[in-house]
Design a protein around this ligand. Structure first.
Ligand code: FAD
Ligand code: NAD
Length: 479
């Protein structure tokens, strides 16, 4: 075993989309920077999450849209070409190779060390390389932990014997199971149920709660429930798995006992039951933190319980917003503030300043790529109520918008806008319906820009687009 030591201005542990962007921004601020990555540069998003899942969903969503257009519907009436869909997914996942991302990292002059990184004390990291060597790293200014999350598995008796699918298998599988049980009712569950039902599985969803997408406006979950049921998915609310076994070895059936006393048999079971931070084995104990915990940060991404201000946690691992675009926003800010502090430049940490992630609190956009889609940003009405603000909830039936008539026959969808009546600004928007994903950025600009409604009235949506819903929402608000 060889041991070497190296010094950098900034060390980033974890080369997912977030770690890559922290490193790139820190380098752009003139700091020498290294990423430590134990698996594939690009992380979960590129290989087992966003990219493969959206590649699988795109044909499903496009087909659903096309089937609503008279004259086009017969052309998409048949089943999807499963082999072609999976081949496209493989291509969109770069065949699980990260050469392109390594080239990009080289182009921005950030070093890469492959191996498992662990903190060994303040500003110190040890990397265990695949060859069994250890590289000791020292940071002059900062260490950023961007180690992301893994699937959180509930403690169901028998789980260790059934080789369950997590989001990784659900996005990378190359065979369509005849019967797929999906446990969970969140974003991963609804997107993956949409995919595998369309590819030919009989999907049964076992949902602990009384509805889908419980963190969003209730109408979003209701419309997605309708869409999934129409596609043939069997959805059982208030139900979970209490024990399970797999019969007859590797390829046998999974037999589940359910909380209502019933039984369910499937070929595979997907656990889409949330995420856990990848912090069990990153040496948190050497700096006074607890292994396995989420890392709590301030708005400049410094870990709050560590002295000296050298440790940052960015992306999924800080639990602020588990999405790539928001993590990359955090990364741009963290890289910039690390640079400013290292270069002894002023730190602009007033709300909406260059060095604070104010949008994490006010405007986190999300699109759920189901049939129909859901797109939201800012507060839901439940959150607004809890916030104690004076809010007016404005609802509109998207089917009444001219653009929806053009989009397809029998368009079903809804929009909700929340207005802070004291400030006369929009603080939350949710759309559910075909094609709404592309509307979300208009809402993000309205919320982030705190655009007064009187000015928004002058933002004229083109006719006939789905964007005309803005005009209808404003008209409804004004009465
Ligand atoms: C099925 C699914 C679909 C999703 N779809 C979307 C979507 O459409 N849009 C969206 O915005 N978000 C989506 N997400 C969420 C998105 O994947 C995450 O928010 C994003 O990947 C977080 O990026 P990250 O860099 O923080 O962490 P990760 O992408 O998890 O990257 C962390 C990296 O750290 C490495 N690492 C961990 N520990 C160590 C260590 N000790 N030493 C060295 N390296 C280490 C890992 O190998 C990994 O490469 C999806 C998630 C799932 C599960
Ligand atoms: N399109 C996107 O932006 C996208 C897509 C996929 C994932 N993601 C991100 O990934 C994250 C993880 O998604 P997720 O769906 O795994 O988590 P989630 O938190 O959205 O949903 C978890 C689900 O599991 C259920 N659950 C939890 N414990 C359970 C138990 N013991 N038994 C049965 N059910 C249980 C919950 O009731 C909930 O329905 C999300 O926060 C999301 O932001 C984003």
């Amino acid at each position: 075993m060889n041991e070497t030591t190296r010094t950098y201005d900034v060390i980033v542990i974890g080369g997912g989309p977030v770690g890559e962007n922290v490193a790139e921004r820190a380098r752009a601020a003139g700091l020498t920077t290294v990423i430590v990555e134990r698996e594939l540069l690009g992380g979960e998003c590129s290989f087992w999450a966003c990219d493969p899942s959206k590649a699988l969903l795109r044909p499903v969503v496009a087909r659903a849209d096309a089937s609503r257009i008279p004259g086009l519907d017969p052309a998409v009436a048949g089943p999807l070409d499963v082999e072609a869909v999976l081949a496209h997914r493989d291509k969109m996942s770069s065949y699980w190779k990260d050469e392109d991302q390594v080239d990009w990292l080289n182009s921005v002059s950030v070093d890469l060390i492959r191996g498992h990184g662990r903190l060994t004390g303040p500003k110190r990291v040890a990397v265990q390389t695949p060859d069994g060597d250890t590289i000791a790293l020292t940071a002059r200014h900062a260490v950023a932990v961007s180690t992301g999350t893994r699937a959180a598995l509930p403690p169901i008796p028998g789980l260790d014997t059934v080789r369950p699918w997590t989001s990784r298998e659900a996005t990378s599988a190359d065979k369509v199971p005849g019967r797929l049980a999906v446990v969970g009712g969140g974003v991963v569950a609804v997107e993956m149920a949409t995919v595998w039902q369309a590819l030919g599985s009989q999907v049964t969803m076992l949902v602990l709660d009384n509805g889908l997408l419980e963190r969003m406006e209730p109408f979003a979950g209701e419309l997605v429930t309708e869409g999934l049921r129409e596609a043939g998915v069997d959805i059982r609310f208030n139900t979970t798995v209490t024990s399970l076994t797999r019969d007859g070895g590797e390829d046998g059936e999974v037999r589940m006992t359910l909380s209502d006393g019933g039984q369910l048999v499937a070929d595979e079971i997907l656990l889409a039951t949330g995420r856990a931070p990848q912090t069990r084995d990153v040496g948190l104990e050497t700096v006074g933190l607890t292994p396995g915990d989420w890392l709590t940060v301030d708005d400049t991404f410094r870990v709050t319980d560590v002295d000296g201000g050298w440790l940052y946690a960015v992306g999924d691992v800080n639990r602020r917003a588990l999405m790539t675009h928001q993590g990359k926003y955090q990364a741009r800010i963290a890289g910039a503030v690390i640079g400013a502090r290292a270069n002894q430049e002023p730190v602009d940490d007033a709300p909406w300043g260059a060095h604070v992630a104010t949008a994490d609190h006010a405007a986190v956009p999300q699109v759920v790529f189901t049939t129909p889609e859901v797109a939201s940003v800012g507060l839901t009405s439940r959150e607004a109520e809890r916030s104690g603000r004076r809010i007016k909830v404005v609802d509109y039936d998207l089917a009444h918008v001219a653009g929806a008539h053009q989009y397809g026959e029998d368009y079903r969808g809804r929009a909700r806008m929340l207005v802070d009546t004291d400030r006369n600004t929009v603080v939350g928007v949710t759309f559910a319906g075909p094609g709404v994903g592309e509307l979300v950025h208009s809402a993000t600009i309205a919320v982030t820009g705190e655009v007064p409604l009187d000015r928004l009235w002058h933002a004229v949506p083109a006719f006939p687009t789905l964007g005309e819903v803005w005009l209808r929402l404003l008209e409804t608000y004004r009465g």
